[in-house]
Design a protein around this ligand. Structure first.
Ligand SMILES: Cc1cc2nc3c(=O)[nH]c(=O)nc-3n(C[C@H](O)[C@H](O)[C@H](O)COP(=O)(O)OP(=O)(O)OC[C@H]3O[C@@H](n4cnc5c(N)ncnc54)[C@H](O)[C@@H]3O)c2cc1C
Length: 326
C-alpha cells in the first residue's frame, strides 16, 4: 500500500519512544488483544500510562509521519488479517481510578466491569446495567456504550483527550455531543485519556452487587459467551425503515437480531465465522475465523435482511485495517 510507513520511519519512532521511556513493543500480534481473537500483526505498539505520555506519543507520531490508531479492550473491533503497519496506542496502562464522594476520575483504559466493581464497593449506584460490557471506559466514550436504557453519556461529567496534534483538550459533558452508539469522538482522531463521572445515587453495596449478578446472569443466558465474539454486530435499527415490523411485533423489531433470525440466518457460516444459534446479532469465531470470513458473513447478512425486509442494517463493530478504521 502506498501510504504504508517505510521501515526507517517506524524505526525512528521506536527510537523516540525509547528515548521518552514510553513502553512499546514491535511486531505485536493483535488477535489476542481482541475479544474476537482475530487480526494480524501491528508493526509497533505503545503503552502510555497517562495523558502526558499519550501526548508525547502523538507528537512523536506526527514528527515521524507514521499512522496511529488507539485500541482499548478490543471488544468492538474486527482487525484485518494483514494487521496494522503503523503504531497502535493501547490505553490499558491508563488504568488508575480516583474518587471523591460520588465523583470518580479514571484513566481511559479502566475496564467497565472493574469500574462497576469499584463504585459498587463504595455504595455508589449507577453502573449496574453496564457492568458487563467488556470494554474500556475510553472505548465506551468513543461508542457511547450502553445497555438496558443506560448509556455512558448519562454518567459522564467531563472528558479529557489528546488531539491529533498532540495537544491536551477537555470539555464538560454539556458541551460534548453524544448519540446512540455514537459520540463526537467516533471517527475523530482524538485519544480519550481521562474521564470524570458523576453519580447521583447511593445504595448498599450488597444491593448493587445483587443487581450486577442478575445483569451478568441474564446476559450469560442470552449471549454466546463461550466463543470469541465482538458483542452486537449491528446497531438497533432505525424506526423509520422498520415501522411496519415495530407496529406489528412491538419493540423487539428494533433489534437487528429480529430480522437476522427471521431471515433464517442463525447458524449461517463462512469459514469459522458463524451467526450464533443463541443470539442472531452475534457472530462467533468457532476457532480459526479470518477477518475476511467475518466481513463476508456480515455482507451476506446485510444483503439477505435487505432483500427480505427492506431494512438496512448498520454495523456496530468497527473494522480496522492498514488504512485505519473503516
Ligand atoms: C460479549 C460482549 C458484549 C458486549 N455488550 C455490549 C453492550 O451491552 N453495550 C455496548 O454498548 N457494547 C457492548 N459490547 C461492545 C464493546 O464492549 C463496547 O463497544 C466497548 O465500549 C468497546 O470498548 P473497547 O475498549 O473494547 O474498544 P475497542 O474495541 O478497543 O475499540 C473500539 C473503537 O473505539 C476506539 N477507541 C478505543 N479506546 C479509545 C480511546 N481511549 N479514545 C478514542 N477512541 C478509542 C478504537 O479506536 C475503535 O475505533 C460488547 C462486546 C462483547 C464482546
Amino acid at each position: 500500500l502506498e501510504d504504508q510507513p517505510i521501515s526507517s520511519e517506524i524505526d525512528e519512532l521506536a527510537r523516540r519512544l525509547a528515548g521518552l521511556r514510553i513502553g512499546y513493543a514491535e511486531r505485536v500480534s493483535l488477535a489476542p488483544l481482541t475479544t474476537f481473537k482475530i487480526g494480524g500483526v501491528a508493526r509497533l505498539l505503545a503503552k502510555p500510562v497517562d495523558t502526558y505520555e499519550t501526548a508525547e506519543v502523538v507528537k512523536a507520531v506526527k514528527e515521524t509521519n507514521v499512522n496511529c490508531i488507539v485500541l482499548g479492550a478490543g471488544s468492538n473491533l474486527l482487525i484485518d488479517d494483514e494487521g496494522y503497519p503503523g503504531l497502535i496506542v493501547t490505553t490499558t496502562a491508563m488504568n488508575q481510578i480516583g474518587f471523591d464522594e460520588r465523583t470518580v476520575v479514571c484513566g481511559s483504559g479502566v475496564l467497565l466491569p472493574e469500574l462497576a466493581e469499584f463504585v459498587a464497593e463504595r455504595g455508589i449506584s449507577g453502573m449496574e446495567e453496564i457492568c458487563d460490557v467488556p470494554g474500556t471506559i475510553g472505548g465506551g466514550v468513543y461508542m457511547n456504550a450502553g445497555c438496558s436504557g443506560v448509556s455512558l453519556s448519562d454518567l459522564i461529567a467531563s472528558v479529557e483527550w489528546v488531539t491529533a496534534k498532540g495537544e491536551v483538550a477537555a470539555k464538560p459533558r454539556s458541551n460534548i455531543k453524544f448519540g446512540y452508539r455514537d459520540s463526537e469522538f467516533t471517527k475523530s482522531d482524538a485519544i480519550v485519556t481521562e474521564i470524570t463521572l458523576r453519580f447521583t445515587r447511593s445504595a448498599a453495596a450488597e444491593t448493587i452487587r445483587r443487581r450486577m449478578a442478575q445483569v451478568r446472569a441474564e446476559r450469560a443466558g442470552k449471549f454466546p459467551l463461550h466463543y470469541p465474539n465482538c458483542g452486537s454486530v449491528f446497531k438497533r435499527v432505525d424506526a423509520s425503515c422498520a415501522s411496519e415490523y415495530i407496529e406489528r411485533d412491538g419493540t423487539g423489531a428494533y433489534s437487528a437480531g429480529y430480522y437476522i433470525e427471521r431471515a433464517g440466518l442463525k447458524g449461517a457460516r463462512i469459514g469459522d465465522a458463524m451467526v450464533s444459534e443463541k443470539h442472531a446479532n452475534f457472530i462467533v469465531n468457532l476457532g480459526e475465523a479470518k477477518a475476511s470470513d467475518v466481513r463476508d458473513l456480515i455482507e451476506l447478512v446485510k444483503e439477505r435482511v435487505h432483500e427480505i425486509f427492506g431494512v438496512e442494517l448498520e454495523r456496530e463493530v468497527v473494522y480496522l485495517g492498514a488504512k485505519g478504521r473503516y
